[in-house]
Design a binder for this molecule. Structure first.
Ligand code: NAP
Length: 514
């Protein structure tokens, strides 16, 4: 593959609808959609392989992906920050075991600068879709502003939770107060002394509600499904320890090993081997019950906050203040659902009306409808990825490549995700290293996963689900985004170590490289 062309020239473009037009465009070796940790990691790997003609586009105004978009009060990483970094770039500066969101955004920025990937980024650039041009053996990437990019390889690093869900609740457009989604936080809105409602009690709400309660005069939380909340062992990392981490990275690596292993064991045993280790989940549920008992004296309130599904069906959450917040006199829990909005408030299905000034939607993200895939992608023979996934099931070889989609690496695919996003990046970067290295070694221009290899991988992954909490546990009432409307899950049911080491051993003959 040539590495050194960045050209402006005219090219025949096939629009998403199939119409052919002549446009002025730019050509790249690789276009990456998304400047979050996925896109940054992919760019670092490409640069290691010698690629320089790379463009990273992002619809936002800065890098950082989810850590740029999410800025709500209380935002912090929900796994220990000692484990939350690229394996090759430990960060000795985390201020807490669960670092606040701003620090993670800063880490993204520092890494992008250190590895010189920021100069490849183009912000405020939304992508509409991409189409494989069979004749030219190139991807045409259609931008929302009407421009088209041409690229040999397309990498979608659009994240898993990147399309905010704002449910069309009855009458919501009539509401005259402020409506703020947690993923579009308005830093200028002052909640001090306001009457506020929050819809949603997921992982975001667990972090946000205690913070909002400190400011709002009155806070009503509309809960549809309670969430398991465990005690959070969070603490400030002393300055002396941070200095030690900076001076002796091996010590930090040892600490990372401990937090990695703790999480890995919990995930492998409690989620993947639920059949044999169900007691681990039950122990976790007891801890959550104990936390409710310690935090709340009111038996009825405890009952309302008690989930009816097994721990592990949904992303587990940790907070020492969430349950206690509901005992404050100005905080109310509403569990009967929203009947309708009126200009000055919400009417619940039990007829209770609550007057509010502001509504916060902690309603999460649309994964299955809007994010798989996040842009329209048309591959070989006109195959539409979104439609194909919906007809044939959500699948991707090693969570990355899909038959009929040559030269596409889709980082946020089904089976890509395990517990820690950076573990996912590690194995994906290692996969890219081998695959693109081989493409280059053969002086080839295209790669495509074979149908046979994809089918084999998909069948293995779905069989592995049979021992998991998703398959054996009581997940029916969880309403977890881990499950598609048809009950499929997108999580990869292998241990992190197994996933990473598989990238050194997958058969390169699984790919057609030409
Ligand atoms: P979520 O887990 O999907 O929760 C959305 C909440 O909104 C749920 O309680 C849901 O209720 C409710 N909801 C949605 N539509 C509704 C409707 N029409 N009516 C009433 N309630 C509705 O989303 P999230 O809390 O934003 O968390 C998403 C994920 O982001 C987490 O699981 C986690 O992986 C990640 N996250 C990470 C961090 C971190 O690392 N620091 C922090 C926060 C979040 P139902 O459950 O009944 O559907």
């Amino acid at each position: 593959m040539a590495n050194d062309f960045l050209q402006n020239f005219n090219v025949r473009c096939i629009g998403q609808s199939g119409t052919v037009t002549e446009v002025s465009t730019q050509q790249f070796d690789v276009v990456i959609v998304g400047a979050g940790f996925g896109g940054i990691g992919a760019a670092i790997q490409l640069k290691k392989l010698g690629y320089e003609n790379i463009l990273i586009v992002d619809r936002e105004s800065d890098l950082g992906g989810t850590w740029h978009v999410n800025r709500y009060p209380g935002l912090a990483v929900d796994i220990p920050s000692t484990s939350y970094s690229y394996w090759f770039e430990p960060n000795p500066h985390w201020s807490r075991l669960f670092a606040p969101g701003g620090e993670i955004k800063r880490y993204a920025s520092d890494v992008a600068d250190k590895y010189d990937v920021r100069r490849h980024m183009r912000f405020n650039t939304a992508v509409d879709g991409a189409r494989w041009d069979e004749d030219a053996q190139l991807w045409q990437v259609a931008l929302a502003d009407g421009d088209t990019l041409i690229t040999r390889v397309l990498i979608t690093a659009t994240g898993v939770l990147s399309q905010p869900r704002s449910p069309q609740l009855p009458g919501i457009n009539e509401f005259a107060g402020r409506v703020i989604h947690t993923a579009a936080w308005d830093d200028n809105y002052d909640f001090e002394g306001r009457r506020v409602a929050v819809i949603g009690t997921g992982a975001t709400a667990v972090q946000l509600i205690p913070e909002l309660a400190k400011q709002a005069a009155d806070l009503t939380v509309y809960q549809r499904t309670p969430i398991h909340v465990g005690p959070k062992n969070d603490f400030a990392i002393p300055e002396s320890l941070r200095r030690l981490f900076a001076r002796a990275p091996l010590i930090q690596r040892a600490v990372r090993w401990i937090t990695d292993m703790t999480y890995e064991l919990t995930f492998v045993l409690g989620v993947l081997h639920y059949r044999r280790f169900q007691w681990l989940n039950t122990t976790g549920e007891y801890l959550s019950t104990l936390l409710r008992f310690i935090s709340i004296r009111d038996k009825e309130l405890r009952r309302k906050l008690t989930p009816a599904y097994d721990l592990g069906c949904k992303r587990p959450t940790f907070s020492n203040s969430y349950y206690r917040t509901f005992t404050k006199p100005h905080v109310h829990l509403q569990v009967t659902g929203v009947e309708r909005f009126e200009p000055d408030g919400i009417v619940a299905t039990d007829g209770t009306k609550t007057e509010i000034d502001a509504l916060v939607l902690a309603t999460g993200f649309d994964l299955w409808e809007a994010n798989f895939p996040a842009i329209e992608i048309i591959g070989r023979d006109g195959r539409n990825l979104g439609k194909w996934w919906r007809n044939k099931g959500f699948q991707a070889y090693q969570g990355l490549t899909i038959p009929y989609f040559p030269n596409l690496l889709s980082l946020a695919s089904p089976y890509a995700v395990s517990l820690n996003f950076f573990d996912m990046m590690e194995y994906q970067m290692r996969h890219m290293d081998r695959l693109l290295g081989e493409v280059r070694r053969r002086n080839a221009t295209t790669f495509e996963i074979t149908e046979e290899a994809n089918d084999r991988f998909r069948d293995r992954m779905s069989k592995l689900q049979h021992n998991t909490v998703f398959y054996l546990g009581n997940c029916a009432g969880a309403r977890s985004y881990y499950f598609s409307p048809h009950g499929e899950t997108y999580l990869r049911a292998t241990s992190t170590r197994a996933t990473v080491s598989e990238q050194a051993s997958f058969a390169l003959s699984d790919y057609a490289i030409a």
